[in-house]
Design a protein around this ligand. Structure first.
Ligand SMILES: *Cc1c(COP(=O)(O)O)cnc(C)c1O
Length: 385
C-alpha cells in the first residue's frame, strides 16, 4: 500500500535518538530547549513551547488566552477534530465558519458576515482558530484586521505548515496572530513521532503555556505566591497538565529539521509533477502557490461526479483496491456525532460539506518515488474510466 503520507527517518535521525538514550536526560533535558531555539530561529519569533502533540498545544493555547465556560471559540469544519476540541476541553462552546471553495481555508467574507451577526446578538467569539489547510496559509492579515476590529484572539492551527510562508513571513512568526501551533505527527512535515509546538510573540502567553505544560508547577521566583523557602521549593500556581515532549523526541525533531528544506523542496517537486500528470483529467487540482509558499502537507483533488461520471466513493474504493492509500481530509467536524449531539446540522457550512463529498487526498510525502507517483496516477486514471 502506498500511504497518503509518511515519515522519512534516516540514519542521522536514528543516531540522534540513540545518543539521547545514552545521555543523562530522557526528558526535561537540553534537547527541548534546543528544539525550541531552532523554532524561534525558523519562525523569527521570540517564544516557542514544545509539547507532546499539537492537540496539547491547542489545548494550552486556549487555556492561556483564558477561554472557558461562557465563551465561544470559532474554527473551520475542514480540519482535524482537535482544532475544535481544544475549546471544548476548556469548557467553551465551539462554532464553525465556512471555508473558501478555492483554498479550502476559512472564508474571510463568511467570517466577517458571522462576526456582524454575532456582534448584533452579543455573542462575539473569544478566539478564532484558522487552520492552514494542506500547508497553505489562510488570509491572515484580513483575519487579524477583523480580530482588532471585534476584539478576539487568533490561534493559528499551523499543524500542516512547518516551513511555509505567508506575506514573506515564516508561518509561526505570529505577525498576524496571538499563538501558532505545529504538529510533529509522522504524516506531517517533520516528525517527533508524537509532538507539537506553540509559538508566540507575547511573553505572558509564553510563560502561561510553559507553566500549563508542567502541571502549573514552577520554581520561577516571580511566579511564586509565597517567598521561596530554599532550593527545593516549588509551588503549583495554576491547574496544568503533563504535556511535556521527551528529549528522545526533541532530538529526533532537531535532526529532522536539518532536512526541512529538502523535504519541502521534494514535496513541491512532486506537486508540480502531479499538476502535470493530472492536467488532462477532469478533476479539480489544488490551487497553485502564487507568492506564499505552501508546505504541501496534502495534495487534494476534487471528484465532481457531474464531470467524471464517477463518485468519490467509487474512485476511493477502486484506488484502495489497487493499493493506493488515498484518504479524505476532512469529514466536516460539525457533522461528527459528538458535535451533532451539540446541535450542529448539515447545512451549517455548505461549502465545507460540498467539498467533503468530493475531496480525495493523493499520496504525497518526501520519500515518495516517481514510480510510486506514476502508480497513483495510473490507478486514478483506471478508477475514472
Ligand atoms: C494533525 C493535526 C492536529 C493534531 O496534531 P497532533 O500532533 O496529532 O495532536 C491538529 N490539527 C490539524 C489541522 C492537524 O492536521
Amino acid at each position: 500500500m502506498i500511504p497518503y503520507g509518511r515519515q522519512w527517518i534516516d540514519d542521522a535521525d536514528i543516531q540522534a535518538v540513540v545518543d539521547t538514550l545514552r545521555s543523562d536526560w530522557l526528558t526535561q533535558g537540553p534537547a527541548i530547549g534546543k528544539l525550541e531555539a531552532a523554532f524561534t530561529a525558523l519562525c523569527r519569533v521570540p517564544h516557542a513551547i514544545a509539547v507532546n502533540s499539537a492537540t496539547s498545544a491547542l489545548h494550552i493555547a486556549c487555556l492561556a488566552i483564558g477561554a472557558g465556560p461562557g465563551d465561544v471559540v470559532w474554527t473551520v469544519p475542514n480540519t482535524f477534530v482537535a482544532s475544535a476540541n481544544c475549546a471544548r476541553l476548556c469548557g467553551a462552546d465551539v462554532d464553525f465558519v465556512d471555508i473558501d471553495p478555492r483554498t479550502y481555508n476559512i472564508s474571510v467574507p463568511a467570517l466577517a458576515h458571522k462576526l456582524r451577526d454575532a456582534k448584533a446578538a452579543g455573542r462575539l467569539p473569544k478566539a478564532v482558530i484558522p487552520v492552514h489547510f494542506s500547508g497553505r496559509a489562510p488570509d491572515q492579515d484580513a483575519i487579524w484586521a477583523l480580530a482588532k476590529d471585534y476584539g478576539f484572539r487568533v490561534i493559528e492551527d499551523a499543524s500542516h505548515s512547518v516551513g511555509a510562508t505567508h506575506g514573506g513571513e515564516p508561518i509561526g512568526s505570529c505577525r498576524w496572530s496571538d499563538i501558532a501551533v505545529f504538529s510533529f505527527h509522522p504524516v506531517k512535515i517533520v516528525t517527533t513521532a508524537e509532538g507539537g509546538l506553540a509559538t508566540t510573540r507575547d511573553p505572558a502567553l509564553a510563560e502561561r503555556m510553559a507553566l500549563l505544560r508542567t502541571h502549573g508547577v514552577t520554581k520561577d521566583e516571580h511566579l511564586l505566591t509565597n517567598k521561596t523557602e530554599g532550593g527545593w521549593y516549588y509551588e503549583q500556581v495554576a491547574l496544568g497538565l503533563n504535556y511535556r515532549l521527551t528529549d528522545l523526541q526533541a532530538a529526533l525533531g532537531l535532526s529532522q529539521l536539518r532536512r526541512l528544506q529538502s523535504f519541502l523542496n521534494r514535496r513541491r517537486e512532486l506537486v508540480a509533477r502531479y499538476d502535470r500528470l493530472l492536467a488532462e483529467l477532469p478533476v479539480t487540482r489544488p490551487l497553485a502557490d502564487l507568492i506564499d509558499e505552501s508546505a504541501w502537507h496534502l495534495y487534494v483533488i476534487r471528484i465532481d461526479p457531474k464531470r467524471t461520471g464517477k463518485t468519490r466513493r467509487q474512485v476511493y474504493d477502486a484506488m484502495r483496491a489497487a493499493g493506493i492509500g488515498v484518504q479524505v481530509h476532512y469529514i466536516p467536524v460539525h457533522l461528527q456525532p459528538y458535535y451533532r449531539a451539540l446541535g450542529f446540522k448539515p447545512g451549517h457550512c455548505p461549502e465545507a460539506e460540498l467539498y467533503a463529498e468530493e475531496a480525495l487526498s493523493l499520496p504525497l510525502y518526501p520519500a515518495m518515488s516517481e514510480a510510486d507517483q506514476d502508480a497513483v496516477v495510473a490507478a486514478l486514471r483506471a478508477a475514472m474510466r
